[in-house]
Ligand binder design. Structure first.
Ligand SMILES: *[C@@H]1O[C@H](CO)[C@@H](O)[C@H](O)[C@H]1NC(C)=O
Ligand SMILES: *[C@@H]1O[C@H](CO)[C@@H](O)[C@H](O)[C@H]1NC(C)=O
Ligand SMILES: *[C@@H]1O[C@H](CO)[C@@H](O)[C@H](O)[C@H]1NC(C)=O
Ligand SMILES: *[C@@H]1O[C@H](CO)[C@@H](O)[C@H](O)[C@H]1NC(C)=O
Ligand SMILES: *[C@@H]1O[C@H](CO)[C@@H](O)[C@H](O)[C@H]1NC(C)=O
Length: 411
């Protein structure tokens, strides 16, 4: 008996010394001095913890993990977590809350382009049931005031994104709640192979420019199983993107799932292979939107929106080749990006505007636009819906309202 016990004890000591039973190195931000009382600036503690995490080669214990524990609220100033890291992959588990300063005066770096940035970190897996709160209301108020005064800029511009990923190939982001960002909530830039799932993103309907997820210059990005309600696009796919699948998203309020805007300031932009599937739009300004600026060049092609549910969406289907944000001088140009091979299939539900479909194309126009099994009725039972189209060609199958520019097929 004694011997068995002793050998068990020895085995345990030996095992813990070798790190068995732990599997990976776990670094808790609290052990690096983070206080988590919602008042103390924990930025430096997070940076120290990141340095330890990123410097760990993970050779013996698997990918190292940074823990942001439950039950605490960490206040962070604008901060950038830089790679490359020594380990092939790194994990960040967010269980607690992370908050931004609550007033503009408290932001220490008003030049920052994002609040929390990850740059050049490969195979980053950020997950957990925690919350990121950008505390954007002060920024929104100032932006609205500045717009009303027609002022060109406010003294300190809001960071364009709360949580930003730049050159993070193999990124996974899941489970978190993101609320009230000063502008956009999540940015994916120059990333290849991204999986975003089970997020909850929320900001008020009237908060300015609070996009849910913005993707630019990225390929093989999958966004799925998430609920997004904001004051701007739920998801926006920008220039340089290809192979983007967006599936099982509940959007609303917001401006829909958009491709663009593209071609701003005469720019050359391309977007292809964007597939939006099984998404619902409730009380949104738009649902399936493609927007290009006059004067731009490049193309948007091979886009599909299918199995879409609409509940009182204002402009469910829209291609706008005359996009202009109304703030800058809008160009009067007949050239624009070429829009082609866009398929809309299985749309059901209601539109607030009687103009349920708007294909407002210019220049070379929009070609091979396909509508298949579309039934959009008015949210007001006494009214009917109609479609507007200009410089558009393609085919429609069982589509209501009828789109005059498209040749009717299937009979
Ligand atoms: C969409 O949701 C369904 C039902 O929850 C699930 O079976 C399917 O895997 C999801 N698809 C994607 C791509 O997330
Ligand atoms: C992306 O969506 C398209 C169209 O629905 C589909 O053919 C393709 O297999 C999807 N890709 C992945 C990796 O799921
Ligand atoms: C579509 O997405 C919803 C969630 O938005 C999900 O409940 C449903 O099961 C999905 N359906 C399919 C066929 O994936
Ligand atoms: C744009 O240009 C066209 C043709 O050059 C002209 O007819 C139209 O009035 C112009 N519109 C504006 C708003 O300047
Ligand atoms: C379109 O949807 C409305 C409302 O759900 C329904 O009454 C109508 O029968 C549908 N039309 C077709 C052709 O399916």
């Amino acid at each position: 008996m004694q011997d068995v016990y002793l050998s068990f004890l020895i085995l345990c000591i030996a095992a813990s010394g070798l790190g068995f039973g732990h599997g990976q190195k776990v670094l808790n931000v609290v052990d690096f001095g983070a206080v988590g009382d919602g008042q103390t600036d924990d930025t430096n503690a997070f940076l120290s913890a990141w340095k330890a995490l990123c410097g760990d080669d993970g050779a013996h214990e698997g990918s190292p993990s940074l823990q942001i524990p439950e039950g605490k609220t960490f206040l962070l100033q604008p901060v950038e977590f830089q790679g490359p890291c020594k380990s092939v992959s790194v994990q960040v588990q967010v269980q607690g809350k992370i908050i931004a300063p609550s007033t503009i005066e408290e932001w220490k770096n008003c030049e920052a382009d994002c609040w929390i940035g990850f740059v050049g970190v490969a195979n980053l897996n950020m997950y957990g049931s925690g919350l990121l709160d950008g505390q954007g209301s002060d920024w929104w108020m100032r932006t609205v005031q500045a717009n009303n005064l027609n002022a060109r800029e406010i003294a300190c511009n809001p960071p364009s994104t709360a949580l930003n990923f730049e050159r993070c190939d193999g990124l996974q982001l899941s489970g978190l709640t993101h609320v009230n960002s000063p502008k956009g909530h999540i940015g994916i830039n120059d990333c290849n192979g991204v999986l975003i799932s089970n997020l909850n993103i929320a900001a008020p309907e009237n908060s300015p420019n609070t996009d849910g997820i913005d993707v630019a210059r990225s390929t093989n990005v999958h966004i799925q199983d998430s609920t997004i309600g904001t004051g701007d696009d739920c998801v926006a796919i920008n220039g340089g993107c290809s192979y983007i699948n967006i599936t099982n998203i509940t959007c609303g309020p917001g401006h829909g799932i958009s491709v663009g805007s593209l071609g701003k300031d005469g720019q050359y932009d391309t977007v292809e292979e964007v597939h939006v599937r099984n998404c619902s739009f409730t009380g949104t300004q738009n649902a399936a939107r493609i927007k290009t600026w006059p004067g731009g060049s490049g193309y948007v092609r091979k886009i599909s929106y299918e199995k879409i549910t609409l509940v009182a969406s204002k402009n469910p289907i829209i291609i706008d080749q005359h996009y202009c944000d109304g703030v800058r001088n809008c160009r009067n140009s007949s050239t624009s990006l070429q829009v082609s091979d866009v398929t809309y299939s299985s749309f059901h539900g209601t539109s607030v505007d009687e103009e349920a479909i708007r294909l407002d194309c210019s220049g070379r126009g929009c070609i091979n636009i396909v509508m298949d099994n579309i039934n959009i009725t008015s949210a007001d039972p006494g009214k009917t819906t109609y479609a507007y189209c200009e410089h558009t060609s393609g085919t429609s199958w069982i589509t209501a309202p009828n789109v005059p520019c498209l040749s009717v097929s299937g009979f």
